[in-house]
Structure formats: C-alpha cells, structure tokens
Write a protein that binds this ligand. Structure first.
Ligand code: MTE
Length: 332
C-alpha cells in the first residue's frame, strides 16, 4: 500500500524479547513429519509438482501441507506461478513494517503456536476454534490464484486451504447477519509496527455475507504445498482473488458476523482511496493512479510489458453476479 502520512513514534521491542520461535517450531515439525515419512510422500503427490519445478528457490523449509486439486470453478489458473522466493520476500504486512522487504526480515518474531480463531457475533454456534481443529474441518485443496495488489503489481500463488463457507456453515449465521468482519492479530510484543500510527490496529477487513459464502473465498493455511510462512500470514488468512490484495487479511484471530458494514483498517486510514468492496476494476482508478494495468512480479527488466488488468482480476464469470445492479464506481 502507499500511504500519504509519515509514520513516526514506532515502539520497537528490544531484540532480547524476541524469540524466533515460529521458525524453529516449523523446522521441528518438518523433522517429525520426515521421520514418519509423511512430508516426502505428501510433496511427491502434490498436484503442483510442476509448479515446484518452476520455482527458483524451492520451499522445503516448513511443514508440508498438501492439498488436492480444487474442483471449484476458476480456482486453478494455468498461468506461470510466481517464484516462491519473490512471494515470500516482497510482501505487505504492516504489522512488521511498511517496506516490502520488512515482513520477510521481521516476521520471524510472530508466534503461531498455540493459535485459535474465535467465530462469534450473530451466529447460533459461536466457537473458538483451535488451529488444529480448523485444519481438520474440511479437506485441504490447492488453488492457484492471481493476487492483484492495489499498488499495481500482481503474482500467481498456489494456496492451500478450503472455502470459508465450510466454516460459516458450521457457525450457523442468524438471518440478521449481513456482513463478516475479519480481525487479525495485533500483538505489540511480537509485531514491531503494531502501536505505530501507520494504521489503526488491529488490521480489520470485511465482506458482505454473500461474498464470504462464495466458493472462491479461501481460508488459507498454506502455499506451495507447505504451511504459510509467517510473512504471508501464518498460520491462517483469507485469500480473495477477485479483490485487491489488502482485503485478504493475514494471521486471523477473529471472524465476527454483524448486521453493519465493518469499518476496515484501510477505509479508516483513507476512506476516499480504499472502499469497502475493493473489487479489482480496471475502469475505476485509484484517486492517485490508474488501475488499468499491472506489473507481474518476476517479469521485470527493460522489455517487460505491463499487463492489462482484468475485471474482477479475471474472475468475472464466477463473481460478477454478486454485484448485479450495483454502481461499481460508487461502491468501489
Ligand atoms: N493483513 C494484515 N494483517 N496486515 C497487512 O498489512 N496487507 C494486505 C494483505 N493482508 C496486510 C494484510 C495487503 S496490502 C496485501 S497486498 C496482501 O496481504 C499481501 O499478501 P502476500 O504478502 O501474501 O502477497
């Protein structure tokens, strides 16, 4: 994201308070899985083996999380997958800094175990789910999605997870539940920029109920056949391929059902620039730049051409009916 104000007054924790626990836990888990022979078999059977071969730097550092090929319409683009190295080193995760390189450098402090997600609000079955229970709720699927950032770059990423609708069905929303709010972790001890004035914390996002129920709305636990790296939103995040990347909230701790449109972090920061819907739309410019084209990360160089941005990021056939009759310039 690009911000207008200069952030100041960051409250950094002393480095002695920081334990790179997530990293070493991830390795220990992989070693455990290796001992059982699970990780090797899982990686070998992973539907995206071809994708693995494409990556310059193979993952192989975190615990395996294989997913069966998704049957959801539109879920498996055949475009070239972006290198794992780029996807893990060029991130927006403002809790760890505002530079694209910051999350990759700083997010080792995120503690992802134990982890739970509270599902609450206007539902019949409120429940705090442990990560382990969430992982088991539905079979893991691999989905290869384009991710278009509002800043004008895009990537193609093989995610692992299942449709958010599986969890919503378990919660049994009341008829009065019209929106879903996503609240993410805001822990100043492990996230050096939480407390800074760059955004209001926690990072909050939201969807209308029918958007949240759409089969493409993915609750993701992994990518490239492994659990999520910290900088990409471990241990559980949203991925909404037809919306600008900032709608896909990372490191989720709460999913709340409401009757009012949630105030989102970016909308609070700059309402005229970041609307609630934030559907990828080449015909609606950001107030400060065009959204008509994009740069695919990894296609740099003197002769790299910008690509035309597609309506709903190319997922028009699947999602356009959610917005029938809406003025998408007004509801941007
Ligand atoms: N979630 C949280 N909690 N904090 C953030 O700063 N940034 C968003 C989104 N989710 C963000 C977040 C933005 S702007 C983008 S483009 C995507 O995460 C980037 O996801 P990626 O790093 O996996 O590509």
């Amino acid at each position: 994201m690009i911000i207008k104000t200069n952030a100041s007054g960051f409250d950094h924790p002393a480095s002695s308070e920081i334990t790179p626990q997530a990293i070493y836990q991830g390795r220990r888990e992989l070693i455990k899985l290796m001992a059982k022979g699970v990780a090797g078999a899982a990686l070998a059977s992973w539907a995206g083996r071809k994708a693995l071969a494409q990556t310059l730097e193979k993952p192989g550092k975190l615990a395996a999380l294989p997913g069966g090929k998704s049957a959801v319409a539109g879920a498996m683009t055949l475009e070239k997958i972006t290198d794992y190295k780029l996807v893990t080193s060029y991130n927006n995760f403002y809790e760890f800094g505002t530079d694209k390189a910051d999350p990759g450098k700083n997010a080792h402090t995120l503690v992802t175990k134990p982890w739970s997600v509270a599902v609450e609000g206007l539902v019949r079955q409120p429940k705090t789910w442990t990560l382990e229970d969430l992982l088991k709720l539905s079979p893991q699927e691999e989905r290869i999605y384009r991710l278009r950032c509002v800043e004008g770059w895009s990537m193609v990423i093989p995610w692992v997870g299942y449709s958010l609708s599986e969890l919503i069905k378990k919660a049994e929303p009341l008829g009065s539940a019209k929106y879903v709010e996503f609240v993410t972790l805001a822990d100043p001890r492990t996230m050096p920029y939480v407390g800074s004035r760059v955004l209001e914390w926690p990072y909050v996002e939201g969807l209308r109920m029918d958007e949240a129920m759409h089969p493409l709305a993915l609750l993701a636990f992994g990518m490239y056949g492994e659990v999520l790296p910290n900088q990409n939103g471990a241990p559980v995040r949203m991925v909404l391929p037809w919306k600008y990347g900032f709608k896909s909230a990372k490191s989720l701790v709460k999913i709340r059902f409401t009757d009012k449109e949630p105030r989102t972090a970016w909308n609070k920061a700059a309402a005229s620039e970041y609307g609630f819907y934030s559907n990828v739309n080449p015909a609606v410019d950001h107030p400060r730049w065009s959204q008509a084209t994009e740069r695919r990360i990894g296609e740099d160089g003197l002769f790299a051409k910008r690509r035309k941005t597609l309506m709903f990021n190319g997922y028009e056939a699947q999602v356009a009916q959610l917005y029938t009759g809406m003025d998408l310039k007004k509801f941007f």
